[in-house]
Design a protein around this ligand. Structure first.
Ligand code: UP6
Length: 369
């Protein structure tokens, strides 16, 4: 995969989101992920809209955002999805799940944030062992069957959902009370009679299951607007994917080569859900491996300074390497950049500079430049 183009790899990708992401990368000529670590929701949405044209992935830490609006249909997650559709990028919540299987399932699907409803991709810290991967994978399977169920129900009942449903916060709070792990009620339950009450219950149920990345929710921002990425941007598939945190960027971290190897094994065992790794370079080592590697700890040297691959850290353990080194030499596919972009004087111009450099390093790697 080191020398293969993203287009070729898209054709071979078994995970639907990897296929989508790789095609997006070719289309936008970008292998840049913005780590949007700004600490309030308004700023986050503005940043996503500004930088959207340059990126193919937006990484969030929802738990450091003040004023995160948790409402499923109109909240921050839904708005990010609208921007994702407008510009053509996926959303990656950098939650680094790291607990027992049953807890991570609930953290993924329930609680205030209901991450699974708005994040296409999440990641896991493998310290507790491999069970977390299968636990999240199961949760994603259940989510997918809910989505399918929702589509079927809305067709079979034939009720225009938005007509009988008031779009206010109270209703949405009620939706939160639906335990996300409950199996969907059988359809006959909803078809008893034509009373309004039963229609409202159908509506509440179906809307709470509908993923916020469905086209209906993009209207708030994207209606009538051209995609910033131009023609050819498709709807993302209704799928969910996982990255395994296999190597870290920080000084003196405890992820040994053996640990990383165990992460690779876990990925190979769960190919239908695991898209790849958070790592410091490619971790594809067997002929059949085609995982994506995404790399944080990336900055460019200050303008005018020579790029020898290494850039000064942040004084809090973070270490930085340049896109040229990470993509060109270490075989990373996507660079993840936070402060290097959003703390710059002009984040939009800086994002373009990172995009160009990382893309150039990719072209050089595959021998096209
Ligand atoms: N991150 C790392 N290193 C890792 C894993 N994750 O830095 O090994 C995440 C951080 C932060 C981002 O949580 O959100 O990537 C890096 O931000 P920065 O570019 O501002 O340093």
């Amino acid at each position: 995969t080191f020398k293969a183009s993203f287009a070729e790899r898209a054709n071979n990708a078994s995970h639907p989101l990897s296929n989508y992401l790789l095609r997006l990368m070719e289309l936008k000529k970008s292998n840049l992920c913005l780590s949007a670590d700004v600490t309030n929701a308004r700023e986050l949405l503005q940043l996503a809209d500004d930088i959207g044209p340059s990126i193919i992935l937006l990484k969030t830490h929802y738990d450091l955002v003040a004023g995160w609006d948790y409402r499923p249909k109109t909240g921050t997650g839904a708005k990010l999805n609208a921007l994702a559709r407008k510009h053509g990028f996926l959303i990656f919540e950098d939650r680094k799940f790291g607990d027992i299987g049953s807890t991570v399932q609930a953290q993924y699907t329930a609680g205030t944030a209901r991450i699974i409803d708005w994040a296409h991709i999440v990641n896991i810290n493998m310290v507790p062992g491999k069970a977390g991967v299968t636990a999240l994978s199961e949760a994603a399977k259940r989510w997918r069957s809910r989505v399918n169920y929702e589509v079927k129900t809305s067709v079979s009942v034939g009720t225009p959902m938005s007509d009988s449903f008031d779009d206010n916060a109270d209703d949405e709070d009620e939706e939160h009370q639906l335990a996300p792990m409950d199996p969907p009620a059988p359809p006959h339950h909803h078809q008893q009679n034509g009373r309004k009450g039963s229609i409202v219950s159908i509506t509440t149920l179906t809307q709470s299951f509908e993923p916020v990345d469905s086209p209906r929710f993009s209207n708030a921002i994207a209606e009538g607007e051209e995609s910033s990425a131009g023609a050819g941007i498709e709807e993302p598939p209704w799928e969910r994917g996982l990255l395994i945190l296999a190597q870290m960027s920080t000084e003196g971290n405890f992820m040994t080569p053996d640990y990383t190897k165990a992460c690779q094994e876990a990925a190979r065992e769960n190919k239908d859900f695991v898209m790849g790794f958070i790592s410091q370079g490619t971790l594809n080592s067997e002929p059949s491996d085609d995982f994506l590697s995404m790399t944080p700890g990336c900055q460019l040297p200050p303008e005018g300074e020579e790029d020898d691959g290494v850039v000064a850290g942040d004084g809090l353990g973070q270490q930085y390497n340049s896109p040229t080194k990470l993509v060109g030499l270490s075989g990373s596919d996507i660079i993840i950049v936070g402060r290097g972009i959003f703390r710059a004087g002009s984040p939009m111009a800086e994002a373009e500079r990172y995009r160009r450099r990382a893309w150039k390093a990719y072209l050089k790697r595959i021998g096209k430049q």
